[in-house]
Ligand binder design. Structure first.
Ligand code: BTN
Length: 254
């Protein structure tokens, strides 16, 4: 393991960064650190992962040029399902403001870049793991400057790369320092009721697929209508309205 300086944190006089050239998963390492009483703000970052993963058993292909970041934050006092959506929304806002890159929020944890006449492409994913009562680990993967040729063939046409979408392509280290602040400040926002309300309103505005038919884990669930106050997805079918709390969403385009 090697430590490199991180400007955003050095300003605060702390060094909580754990950097790896290669690691199985920053998320697994951050969870391990959380269990050993590492403080809030500790974060793990890697140049590449050999076993990066998303929710469930999804793989997150992690070649060089991507950001692979996992951060220890305080567990939200309520509505834990909001955390991945809220982080996704604030990352979305940041990419739009800083780089002019427009994306949408796919429930429950992805940022997608719309494409003309084709399904949207995946730019980033967020993963949240709760560790005990006190902590959560927020993991973010972003295709900052990966080469699609380094991905498994089945994923190559399904990804969006930040470098190709902006006239100001950032370095991975810059995005790391920006998203670290985004993640920590989002967790702080969710500690207050006003912050939670503001976040859910913003997530609703960015929700991808509203009005479209959808499947969850392959099962048709009806039309996507809205997000609920705890981050659940509301869908409507012949059975009426129902809330979906977890699963893999597929939106039918067109
Ligand atoms: C998803 O699409 O389900 C979320 C993907 C999250 C990937 C990030 S990369 C950094 C951290 N380490 C992991 O193994 N996963 C997360």
């Amino acid at each position: 393991m090697r430590k490199r300086p991180c400007p955003a944190l050095e300003e605060r006089g702390v060094s909580l960064r754990r950097f790896f050239e290669e690691i199985p998963s920053t998320q697994a390492e951050a969870i391990r650190l959380a269990r050993t009483d590492a403080p809030v703000g500790t974060f793990v970052v890697a140049a590449r992962q050999t076993a990066g993963h998303g929710r469930g058993d999804h793989l997150w292909a992690s070649p060089p040029g991507g950001l692979y970041l996992s951060v220890l934050v305080p567990a939200p006092p309520s509505a834990p399902g909001l955390l991945p959506l809220a982080v996704g929304e604030r990352v979305r806002q940041h990419f739009e403001e800083a780089y002019g890159v427009r994306s949408v929020l796919k429930w429950p944890n992805d940022l997608l870049v719309p494409r003309e006449g084709r399904p949207p492409a995946k730019l980033a994913g967020v993963l949240v793991d709760r560790v005990g009562e006190r902590l959560a680990v927020v993991g973010v993967g972003v295709n900052v400057a990966i080469r699609p040729g380094d991905l498994p063939e089945s994923l190559r046409s399904a990804v969006a790369v930040l470098r190709d979408l902006t006239s100001y392509p950032p370095k991975v280290e810059q995005v790391e320092s920006e998203l670290l602040e985004v993640i920590l400040s989002t967790a702080e926002l969710l500690e207050s009721e006003a912050g939670r309300h503001a976040m859910i309103a913003a997530c609703r505005r960015s929700l991808y697929g509203r009005g479209h038919a959808a499947r969850v884990d392959g099962r048709p669930v009806g039309i996507i209508r809205d997000l609920g106050d705890e981050g659940e997805l509301w869908v409507e079918s012949g059975r009426g309205r129902e809330a979906v709390w977890a699963g893999d969403l597929t939106v039918e385009e067109g």
